[in-house]
Every structure is written in structure tokens, then in C-alpha cells.
Design a protein around this ligand. Structure first.
Ligand SMILES: [Zn+2]
Length: 118
């Protein structure tokens, strides 16, 4: 491939392209890169093999039709927050448990904190 074609291919890969739904030999559904056809992890922004930018719009529409969607919120955490530390969590609120005040989790995850720190 000449320099010019190479550059062109690189630029094209930066345009998000719809992932392809595939079924493996054991019947499991997986998603593949539309350019190199290798499997990609769900919601990955770029193919790890060929760096093709990936778009998940069709998959998302499918998920909505099947009644399954996932949500994610991002928010700032105090530096001394650790997973499961409701006292430092900005989402928690004070609730009552008998005579005691307790930190309640609005996500209902007081004993199984689902927050991922990054
Ligand atoms: Zn690829």
C-alpha cells in the first residue's frame, strides 16, 4: 500500500462504523469489528486489533427493543472515598434504622456497592 492509500485507510478508520453481530461455533452471540472481523468487547470505542472506530447504535436499538438498557452516571468522589464507604459517598443519605441513623443508598446497594472508581 502506498503512503497516500495508507493515510486514507487510517482516516477512514476514525469514522465510527457499526459493529457486526456474529454467532460463534458454539452458538454464542458476539460482536465483531466491521473492518477486520475480529471480536470486540461490548461498548468498546475502538477495535483493539485494527483501531477501527466503532459505533454501537444498532446494538443499542436492539437492546431497547428487548426491554434491556443499561445506564451509567459519572460523578466526582472525595479522594478518601473507597468502594462501600457510604459515609463518604455523595449519593448516600441519612435514614433511620430503629433508633439509629444509618447511611442509606439510593441505588439500594448499601451492602453491595456498585460504584466503580476510576
Ligand atoms: Zn478491527
Amino acid at each position: 500500500m502506498g503512503m497516500q492509500e495508507n493515510l486514507r485507510a487510517q482516516l477512514i478508520k476514525q469514522l465510527p462504523s457499526e459493529v457486526v453481530e456474529n454467532v460463534d461455533t458454539t452458538g454464542n452471540l458476539y460482536y465483531a469489528c466491521p473492518t477486520c472481523k475480529r471480536p470486540v468487547a461490548l461498548s468498546q470505542n475502538n477495535c483493539t486489533s485494527c483501531n477501527q472506530a466503532l459505533s454501537w447504535n444498532n446494538v443499542r436499538k436492539d437492546a431497547e427493543r428487548s426491554g434491556q438498557k443499561r445506564g451509567r452516571i459519572e460523578f466526582d468522589l472525595p479522594l478518601d472515598f473507597t468502594v462501600g464507604n457510604c459515609r463518604k459517598c455523595p449519593l448516600s443519605y441519612i435514614g433511620r434504622s430503629g433508633e439509629d441513623n444509618v447511611y442509606e443508598c439510593p441505588l439500594g446497594s448499601r451492602n453491595a456497592c456498585k460504584i466503580k472508581v476510576f
